[in-house]
Write a new protein. Structure first.
Length: 224
C-alpha cells in the first residue's frame, strides 16, 4: 500500500465519520436503531473499512453502542449521560469564556453580532441546521480566543450528544430560552471586558438548557 493509498483511506474514514455523525444528529439514524457497516457503506458509496473505522470513533464518543458479533446500534438518549455531557460542556465553556474574554477584538464581537443575526433569522424560518451552525460558530468565537485547542477539541466531541436533542426539540429548546436575547446579553458583557460575569452568563445558559432537557426527559419526550 502506497502513502497515497493510506491518505485516501484516512480521507474516506473521515468522510464516513462526518456523514454518519450528521445522520445521528439529525435523527436520520434514530436512537436505538441497529446499523450494519455493509448497509451504511453501500448507502454512502464507500467500502466497509472506513465505515467500520467511523463507527468505532463514534462508539468512543458515545454516539454508537456495539456488542461485537451481536449488534451495532445508535446510542439511545440517556438522561444521566446527557447530564454528565452538559456538565462538562458548561465547565469548558465557562473556562473558555473566562480566559478568552481579554483576547476578544472588536472584529470578534462584530462577528458574534452577525452570527446572532444569522441565528435569529434561522430560528424565525425554522431552519434547524442553519440555526445550529450559527449557534455553534457564535460560541466558538470566545473558545478560539481562549487559545486552548484542547477545550475546542473536547467540546467538538461532546456537542453532537446535545445537538441531536436540539434537533428533535428545536422549537421547545430554542424558543423557550430566547437564545438570541441571551446571545446579545453575552456580547455586551464580553464587550465590557468583565470575564467573570461573562463566564457566569455562559453558565446560566447551560443551566437553563439543562433544566429544559430534564423536563423533556421527565415528560418522556426523548425516549427512543
Amino acid at each position: 500500500m502506497s502513502p497515497i493509498d493510506r491518505v485516501d483511506r484516512r480521507l474516506m474514514s473521515g468522510e464516513a465519520y462526518d456523514r454518519i455523525r450528521a445522520a445521528i444528529v439529525t435523527g436520520d439514524l434514530a436512537p436505538g436503531e441497529r446499523v450494519k457497516d455493509s448497509e451504511l457503506a453501500e448507502r454512502m458509496g464507500l467500502s466497509r473499512t472506513p465505515v467500520r473505522e467511523a463507527l468505532a470513533r463514534l462508539a468512543d464518543m458515545g454516539l454508537v453502542e456495539a456488542k461485537p458479533g451481536v449488534y451495532t446500534r445508535i446510542a439511545t438518549l440517556d438522561k444521566d449521560e446527557v447530564a454528565r455531557t452538559l456538565a462538562v460542556l458548561k465547565a469548558l465553556d465557562e473556562l473558555a469564556v473566562r480566559t478568552g474574554t481579554p483576547n476578544l477584538t472588536k472584529g470578534d464581537l462584530n462577528l458574534m453580532r452577525d452570527l446572532n443575526t444569522e441565528f435569529e433569522a434561522a430560528v424565525a424560518r425554522n431552519d434547524v441546521q442553519a440555526a445550529l451552525e450559527a449557534d455553534e460558530r457564535f460560541h466558538s468565537v470566545p473558545v478560539t480566543a481562549a487559545q486552548n485547542p484542547l477545550i475546542a477539541r473536547v467540546m467538538d466531541q461532546l456537542h453532537p450528544q446535545i445537538h441531536r436533542i436540539l434537533y428533535r426539540k428545536f422549537s421547545t429548546l430554542y424558543g423557550a430560552q430566547n437564545t438570541g436575547g441571551h446571545h446579545r446579553e453575552l456580547i455586551e458583557i464580553l464587550a465590557s471586558g468583565d470575564a467573570e460575569e461573562a463566564a457566569k452568563r455562559s453558565g446560566a445558559h447551560w443551566n437553563e438548557l439543562g433544566g429544559l432537557i430534564d423536563q423533556l426527559f421527565a415528560n418522556a419526550e426523548l425516549t427512543a
